[in-house]
Design a protein around this ligand. Structure first.
Ligand SMILES: Cc1ncc(COP(=O)(O)O)c(C=O)c1O
Length: 382
């Protein structure tokens, strides 16, 4: 018997990350494409996981998360952003940042709701909106600084606008929000029923002493926001797929209704380990300078190539334009670089629904020095 299904996401294909990583493996290329560190995560943290497992933390923790981890997160928020949040009712541990985002959208979106998404955008956003029968309203970040044009945002607001999605620091561009962006955001949502989703999975990875404009700094905005984080991204263990969401108690009550019947509760030993690990503030305060050093080293190496850097203020990523080298499409160049030069990157057009090509490719610098050096040696051939 032939069974058939009607696709809920007919326009979704294989992601560019999977395509480029497969191509990188096939051609034995240095992979600066997909966003994951190739250096080991903290041994202190893996030791704490082993210890937790050996001590018997192998059964379900509460649906919202392991209580000491929620408490230390609330303490961290208070210390970093001077905002008091309630550990019990405002935080939920999730299996990764992407899941937290999907759950938040599924919690609140009704068919026909409009969601403002800035492009280039992380690839899960549009499908996550569409699967809820809501409508993505796309706005381009202004090239080449990739800042938000708030006048365009105002023009695109309609009575159906339900949510504005932010990604700060931004993947793929490394742009970050400034205080004036928060002022504009506040003006746009004031006296409306518009919610905010703030994807802050690259929290702490903000460089040059620029303060991270987390929504958590702004209690008035937090009331209408889901703020999503990833332990995997910041503690160099992307494979753990562990993250969390922070919101108001009333929005969290609804969020948990969806979470409860999907995941219910997340990996226990990792939560026990993180609860101890985060007691030492250096575990997160050291992250910015650690990753900035990688960005600076990569930028310095890349000066030997013909690529022109665009600014990167945060995240794992640095974009480069090649407009002065070649006029081929960014996807074609990425494929050629992988096959002929031996370096995998991601074409930034892949982050636009319409495939907008500004002749920019994204490099992930969250790699060992040797990896960055090997990649740049090859790129110098171009
Ligand atoms: C902007 C952004 N959000 C979310 C995620 C996913 O985080 P996680 O692996 O914790 O689901 C990523 C990962 O690449 C990302 O770049």
């Amino acid at each position: 018997m032939n069974v058939t299904v009607t696709s809920k996401l007919p326009s979704v294909g294989t992601s560019i990350f999977t395509v480029m990583s497969a191509l990188a493996t096939q051609h034995n290329a240095v992979n600066l494409g997909q966003g994951f560190p190739d250096f080991p995560m903290s041994k202190d943290l893996t030791d704490l996981v082993n210890e937790a497992m050996n001590k018997g933390f192998n059964q379900y923790v509460p649906m919202r998360g392991y209580t000491p981890l929620l408490e230390i997160l609330a303490e961290k928020v208070s210390g970093l952003y001077n905002t008091s949040i309630d550990a019990g009712s405002q935080i939920t541990i999730t299996p990764g940042g992407t899941y937290a985002i999907y759950t938040a959208l599924t919690t609140v979106l009704q068919p026909g709701d409009e969601v403002i998404i800035f492009e280039p955008a992380y690839d899960s956003y549009i499908p996550n909106v569409e699967i809820n029968d809501a409508v993505p309203v796309l706005i381009n970040l202004q090239f080449p600084e990739y800042r938000i044009d708030w006048n365009e945002v105002k023009r695109k607001i309609t009575p159906k606008t339900r949510m504005i999605m932010l990604n700060n620091p931004n993947n793929p561009t490394g742009s970050v929000l400034r205080e004036e962006d928060i002022t504009h955001l506040r003006a746009v949502v004031q006296d409306t029923n518009i919610l905010i989703l703030s994807d802050e999975v690259y929290e702490h990875l903000v460089f040059d002493k620029v303060p991270h404009q987390s929504i958590l700094r702004y209690p008035d905005l937090l009331e209408r926001s889901f703020v999503c984080f990833s332990f995997g991204k910041v503690y160099n263990c992307t494979g753990w797929k562990l993250g969390y969401c922070i919101t108001s108690p009333s929005l969290m009550e609804e969020f948990r209704k969806v979470h409860q019947f999907n995941c219910f509760s997340c990996h226990s030993a990792s939560q026990v380990a993180l609860a101890s690990f985060l007691k030492n503030k250096e575990s997160y305060l050291s992250l910015s300078s650690f990753m900035q050093e990688k960005r600076d080293y990569f930028q310095q190496l890349m000066m030997q190539t013909k690529f022109t850097p665009l600014p990167s203020y945060g995240s794992y990523f640095q974009c480069y334009t090649y407009a002065n080298i070649s006029d081929e499409a960014d996807k074609d160049l990425s494929i050629r670089l992988t096959k002929e030069i031996g370096v995998a990157t991601i074409p930034v057009s892949a982050f636009y629904k319409a495939g907008t090509d500004n002749k920019v490719i994204r490099f992930c610098f969250a790699k060992k020095k040797e990896t960055l050096e090997a990649a740049v040696r090859k790129l110098m051939e171009l």
